[in-house]
Write a protein that binds this ligand. Structure first.
Ligand code: ITT
Length: 216
C-alpha cells in the first residue's frame, strides 16, 4: 500500500464531527471515507468510563470490521459546577436519542442560578488499524457556559459554550475559526504535525496479503 492509496475511515455517526474532521484532513494525501460509504455496520457499544476508552472502542471495532484504518473521536463537555458532567454522557445528557437542543436546554436548567459557569470540551482521537493497535491524541478547550444560546453554527453545545479569548460562542465562529482553538482541532493538529510518521506507522501495521502459499 502506498501513501497515495491509503484510506482512513472516520468512525463517527455525528455529522458535525465528520465535517470538522474532514475539513482538517482535506489537504493530506489520503482518501477519507465515512461510515455511510459502507453497508450496515453493527453499532459499537460505548460503555467505557473515559473518553479514551470509548474512542479506542470505536476506532478498533470499526477498523476490525472494515479491515481499514479507522479514526474515531470521543468528546464531550465537562462542567465544573456539575462535577465534570455531562462528560462521556454529553451526547445523551437529556436522554437516549436527545437532540442537541434538548441537551443544551437541560444543561442550562441544571446550571440555573449557578455562578460558576466554567466548562471545558475534551476530545480524544483514536486511530486504529485492524489488528487493534492504536495511536491516541487528546486535547482540551476551556470556556464558560452562557445563560442562553447564541449563534447558529457548529453543533452540540456550541451555542452555549462561550470562548473568552475570541469573545464569542463556538456557534458564532466559522468552522475554520473554531478548529483553530477547539479540543478537536488541537487534537488533530498533533496528528497533522506528525502525518508522515503516522502514515508510515499505518503501512507497517496493516496486514500484508500473501502472494503465494508456503508448501507444507
Ligand atoms: P459518535 O460516537 O458516533 O462519534 P456522538 O455524538 O455519540 O457520535 P460522543 O459520544 O463522543 O459522540 O459524544 C459527543 C457529544 O459531545 C456530542 O454529541 C456533543 O453533544 C458534545 N460535543 C463534542 N464535541 C463538541 C463540539 O465541538 N461542539 C459542541 N458539542 C460537542
Amino acid at each position: 500500500m502506498t501513501i497515495n492509496s491509503l484510506t482512513i475511515v472516520i468512525a463517527t455517526r455525528n455529522p458535525g464531527k465528520t465535517s470538522e474532521i474532514r475539513d482538517l484532513l482535506k489537504d493530506f494525501p489520503i482518501e477519507i471515507k465515512n461510515l455511510d460509504d459502507f453497508g450496515p455496520i453493527p453499532e459499537v457499544v460505548e460503555d467505557g468510563d473515559t473518553f479514551d476508552e470509548n474512542a479506542y472502542k470505536k476506532s478498533s471495532f470499526t477498523a476490525r470490521i472494515l479491515g481499514l484504518p479507522a479514526l474515531s473521536d470521543d468528546s464531550g463537555l465537562c462542567v465544573e459546577a456539575l462535577d465534570g458532567r455531562p462528560g462521556i454522557y454529553s451526547a445523551r445528557y437529556a436522554g437516549e436519542n436527545a437532540t442537541d437542543e434538548e441537551n443544551c436546554v437541560k444543561l442550562l436548567a441544571d446550571l440555573k442560578d449557578q455562578k460558576n459557569r466554567n466548562a471545558a470540551f475534551e476530545c480524544v482521537i483514536s486511530l486504529a488499524v485492524p489488528t487493534g493497535v492504536a495511536l491516541t491524541y487528546e486535547a482540551r478547550c476551556e470556556g464558560v457556559i452562557l445563560e442562553s444560546p447564541v449563534g447558529e453554527n457548529g453543533f452540540g453545545y456550541d451555542p452555549v459554550f462561550f470562548y473568552p479569548a475570541l469573545n464569542k460562542t463556538f456557534a458564532q465562529l466559522t468552522r475554520k475559526e473554531k478548529s483553530r482553538v477547539s479540543h478537536r482541532g488541537k487534537a488533530l493538529y498533533e496528528f497533522r504535525e506528525e502525518f508522515d510518521k503516522v502514515i508510515k506507522w499505518i503501512n507497517q501495521q496493516m496486514p500484508v496479503e500473501e502472494k503465494f502459499q508456503c508448501k507444507e
